[in-house]
Write a protein that binds this ligand. Structure first.
Ligand code: PEP
Ligand code: MN
Length: 357
């Protein structure tokens, strides 16, 4: 159920409605919008009669027919922008006019490797650094990540470059540590329906990057986000990373059509992962261009300074110069859509050189 407040409703009136909802053992979620505040109600099974219609400041009480409520555009018409404080003052947003490009290696392998790649992506104009410290690998014999040591390296990278850190939590224990050390908690494709982990992420104080499950429908994807939001964390970034199909020319099938589909149904930002979506370096650049053209709010891209020796996902990692070139192409595509990507960082611009391989 959803309580739509009048445009001129006061904060006190909003609080009184929330109190009444709580008094009935239900949970209010106050969601301020550009025009008016809406209050989502969770915890009820179907319609409940609380008599909210008569309260001062209430415009109407409506039943939300979709299974997902809080993530739905019915509850909030304007786009959600996830806001971070910028290192030199001001704000960085995900879901606003500026596109969010998140880049870095699949895994933190060593301090030297992570710093070398952070230097490259920072120079290219990136504001968010990705790298896994806890890796969900198909084989138990594959590199599992550096764990806490990896998180500490990432925290040092934030200090050095002012990059916001995006890294994956794979269970409750790692989520506690990721929440403490990172800026965005990534929930991977394999955990998209780990409901206990989603609820824990919903109680976290940091934004959540939720990746689409490897065979998840759009509704299942949005329901996973609803799990996080129903616990009180409204800062969620959705991420399309490809789904499993019959094709064998790429690791997964990147479903770019899900971007406008999500944008119609939900107010949450959605970004695209062309690296796991394709599994092959040669396809990452074309699909990155396409993802921005289709209207995604950003990308998460794997970049490695020595992909042949990477401990995970080398074949899909861009070389630093390829990534720099991609960024300059994306800036041009973004401008057609009246969006932007930050410029190369001033202190480290260098002449463009054609890469030969
Ligand atoms: C990753 O981002 O490194 C990762 C493991 O992604 P996914 O969960 O999409 O497979
Ligand atoms: Mn990876």
């Amino acid at each position: 159920m959803l309580v739509v407040m009048q445009a001129q409703a006061t904060e006190e009136q909003v609080r009184a409605v929330c109190k009444k909802i709580e008094a009935h053992g239900l949970r209010p979620h106050s969601i301020p919008g550009a025009q008016r505040t809406a209050i989502g109600i969770t915890g009820n099974q179907g319609l409940v009669e609380i008599g909210l219609e008569e309260m001062p400041g209430v415009q109407e009480v409506i039943q939300v027919s979709k299974p997902y409520k809080l993530v739905s555009r019915d509850v909030k018409q304007d786009n959600t922008v996830i806001r971070f404080s910028a290192p030199k003052g001001g704000e960085i947003g995900i879901g606003g006019t500026e596109l969010a490009i998140i880049a870095g290696p699949c895994s933190v392998e060593s301090r030297e490797q992570a710093f070398a790649i952070a230097e490259c992506v920072h120079r290219a104009g990136v504001r968010f650094f990705r790298a896994g410290a806890y890796k969900p690998r198909t084989s138990p014999y594959s590199f599992q990540g550096l764990g806490l040591e990896g998180l500490q390296i990432l925290a040092e990278i934030r200090e050095r470059y002012g990059l916001k850190i995006v890294t994956e939590a794979i269970d409750h224990e790692s989520l506690d540590l990721v929440e403490e050390h990172a800026d965005v908690i990534q929930i991977g494709a394999r955990n998209m329906q780990n409901f206990s982990l989603l609820k824990r992420a919903g109680r976290a104080k940091k934004p959540v990057l939720l990746k689409r499950g490897i065979a998840a429908t759009l509704e299942e994807f949005l329901m996973a986000a609803e799990y996080v939001m129903s616990e009180g964390n409204y800062n969620i970034i959705l991420c399309e990373r490809g789904v499993r199909t019959f094709v064998d020319h790429s690791r997964n099938t990147l479903d770019l059509s899900v971007v406008p589909a999500v944008q119609r149904l939900s107010h949450l930002p959605i970004i695209v992962d062309p690296s796991h979506g394709t599994g092959q370096r040669t396809k990452v650049t074309p699909l990155s261009r396409a993802a921005i053209a289709v209207g995604a709010d950003g990308l998460i891209v794997e970049v490695h300074n020595d992909p042949d020796r990477a401990l995970s996902d080398g074949p899909q990692s861009l070389y630093p110069d390829q990534f720099e070139e991609l960024m300059s192409e994306l800036r041009q595509i973004a401008s057609v859509l009246h969006r932007s990507i930050p410029p190369q960082s001033a202190q480290s611009q260098r002449p463009q050189t054609a890469a030969v391989r």
